[in-house]
Design a protein around this ligand. Structure first.
Ligand code: ADP
Ligand code: MG
Length: 581
């Protein structure tokens, strides 16, 4: 044995707190979360959150809750000290957000923390300071009713953790997310967030839950939300789900709460998607706020140090309750007489199809004129351009079902998907412009106005250069409002707000280092939107033009998403099928 067994000792309190902090306090946002939860548990009606540098240098949460009694402050900052439970049975009947009694002790062990508090019936408040786990004796202090907790120099004594903190913007985004989650379902509480002395979020208290959602997410989202009010298996579901047209590229606008606690739960998420059923466009994510109340005895919240996951009894019941709750919201829509609906749908599709097609056709023709290829030439000259190495000879034969192009070369027949082919062409064209830093911009005659939620606004404000590099020229225009002045010419016109919203989601969920990857994906998506679709009726010169461009591409065989562009049918295989060989 190499190791001589060390003596087993009981760790001292300070060390224990630091170990706990490792689980509970991951980043500034974790502190904001714990402090807000404490304020909510204290019955606050107003919570002010002030942070500097994404919370890395300073966090302060001030509430008007019941406060902490003078002689209790010194207890509150100790580990495993809580006023929220006092016997084992309580663990299975938790009605507060906190109960583990470790937040204050953990925070105090990895920062300089100062708490000032006064209860309603006290004449004078009390202040206590903790630095790196050392508790200083409490003193009298002037204070309003309630509690304010300041945290400076987070992780000053845990360099490894400090090193892992992200940029100010990234850390602030996490903080913003925490506050947004709690502001969304606590409409009776005034939340205010100030970052580097600037007011970022102001959500006054209101009796109107939808007005509250509007204050957090902005009007554009709120006006597309439908209220849920449902009860099943003793589970009470309130909140909102977005109309099917209000979808996003990721799940950032989805919140699930059980008894006021924000949680993540894939089963519940699935139930919501299943409730939307076919109303939801494949690959898109709905916006929803699910405020569920379940008998505390039926859930276990003590399964995760940050309490963001819980265990629920009878998951099947929860699943069907949520699915039914969402289905009920859209019931009216579903009950519409089928024939009527189909008719309405058909007209709608036709309208949007023809507009789109028209645009794409124009774009293609404009392109052709640019290089001087006339339709006539396309028909008569049957040998397409050779590739750069001059080897490929392809003849355009025709097209079928307005979807597939048929061509032949020496080896046999080639079937080409017109949409995938055009997508590849657009993608490479745009990528080239992008890499050459020569994106052709198209000034919009009518600039697009974007009214964003504070969260999205934050993302845009911090990524204006990324958008510009992609040819999207935007500028700030008042609080949370932006003007889009130009778009990449390759995409133009039909590239509406939606693509920008999708980019915001990508930027929001991605880390800084992944930006270039994100850009490529965005370009792929954009080229997909701009490309001709299956069933678009193309004139032969247009088909010809696509093929010509396609065979100049570096990677003509797959579309930017990796699906095949063409399928080859070698002559010998055709001959085999005809039993000639
Ligand atoms: P927990 O919330 O799990 O009980 P904490 O370490 O977060 O543990 O807080 C310890 C105790 O301090 C709480 O139980 C509560 O009594 C008191 N406390 C903390 N923050 C506040 C606050 N903002 N207002 C009133 N009491 C508070
Ligand atoms: Mg707590």
């Amino acid at each position: 044995m190499l190791n001589i067994a060390k003596r087993i000792i009981e760790l001292d309190a300070n060390l224990i707190n630091k170990i706990a902090a490792g689980e509970v306090i991951e980043r500034p946002a974790s502190i904001v979360k714990e402090l807000i939860e404490n304020s909510l548990d204290a019955g606050a009606k107003s919570i002010l959150i002030e942070v500097n540098e994404g919370g890395k240098s300073f966090i302060k949460v001030t509430d008007d809750g019941h406060g902490i009694a003078k002689d209790q402050l010194i207890v509150a900052v100790k580990r495993h000290s809580t006023s929220k439970i006092d016997k084992v049975e309580d663990l299975f009947d938790i009605r507060t957000l906190g109960f583990r009694g470790e937040a204050l002790a953990s925070i105090g062990s990895v920062s300089y923390m100062k708490i000032v508090s006064r209860m309603e019936d006290e004449d004078v408040g009390t202040v206590i300071e903790v630095e790196g786990g050392d508790v200083r004796n409490p003193k009298d202090a002037a204070a309003n009713k309630g509690t304010s907790i300041e945290v400076h120099n987070l992780f000053f004594n845990v360099p490894a953790r400090k090193k892992h903190l992200k940029s100010m913007y990234a850390e602030f985004k996490h903080i913003m997310n925490v506050i947004v989650r709690y502001a969304l379902i606590n409409s009776d509480i005034h939340f205010k967030l100030i970052h580097n002395d600037q007011l970022v979020l102001n959500v006054p208290s209101t009796a109107d839950a939808l007005a509250n959602v509007a204050a957090v997410y902005g009007n554009n989202i709120a006006k597309k939300m439908l209220a849920i009010d449902f009860n099943f298996f003793d589970i009470d579901v309130k909140g909102f789900v977005g109309k099917p047209e209000l979808t996003r590229a990721d799940k950032n606008y989805q919140s699930i709460y059980v008894n006021g606690r924000y949680i993540r739960n894939s089963m519940i998420t699935r139930a919501v998607y299943d409730g939307y059923g076919t109303l939801l466009f494949h690959g898109r994510h709905p916006v929803f706020i699910l405020d569920m109340k379940i008998n505390p005895a039926k859930i276990d919240v003590n399964v995760h140090p940050t309490k963001s996951e819980i265990r629920i009894e009878k998951e099947d019941n929860v699943y069907s309750t949520i699915r039914n709750a969402v289905m009920a919201v859209f019931k009216d829509e579903r009950l519409m007489p089928d024939v009527e609906r189909i008719k309405a749908k058909a007209v709608e599709t036709r309208l949007s199809m023809s507009e789109d097609q028209d645009y794409r056709r124009q774009a293609l023709l404009a392109d052709s004129v640019g290089v001087g290829i006339s339709g006539k030439e396309g028909f008569e000259e049957d040998e397409l351009n050779k590739t750069k190495d001059g080897k490929l000879n392809i003849r355009l034969v025709g097209k079928i079902h307005n979807t597939y192009i048929i061509a032949e070369d020496k080896e046999g027949m080639i079937l080409i998907d017109q949409h995938a082919a055009h997508e590849r062409v657009m993608y490479e064209k745009f990528m080239k412009q992008y890499h050459d830093k020569d994106i052709k911009l198209q000034k919009l005659i009518e600039p697009i106005m974007l009214e964003l939620s504070p969260t999205d606004s934050l993302v845009v404000k911090n990524n204006l250069d990324v958008f510009l590099q992609l040819g999207i020229e935007m500028e700030e225009f008042g609080k949370d409002t932006f003007i889009v002045r130009s778009l990449p010419a390759v995409l133009s016109k039909q590239q509406d707000k939606r693509i920008i919203m999708d980019m915001i989601d990508e930027l929001n969920s991605g880390e800084l280092s992944k930006f270039s990857k994100i850009k490529e994906e965005q370009i792929a998506i954009a080229s997909c939107r701009a490309a001709v679709k299956a069933h678009d009726v193309l004139e032969m010169p247009q088909v010809y033009r696509i093929l010509q461009d396609l065979f100049k591409c570096e990677n003509p065989n797959t579309c930017p998403h990796g699906r095949p562009v063409m399928i080859r049918f070698p002559l010998y295989e055709i001959e085999k099928k005809f039993s000639r060989k």
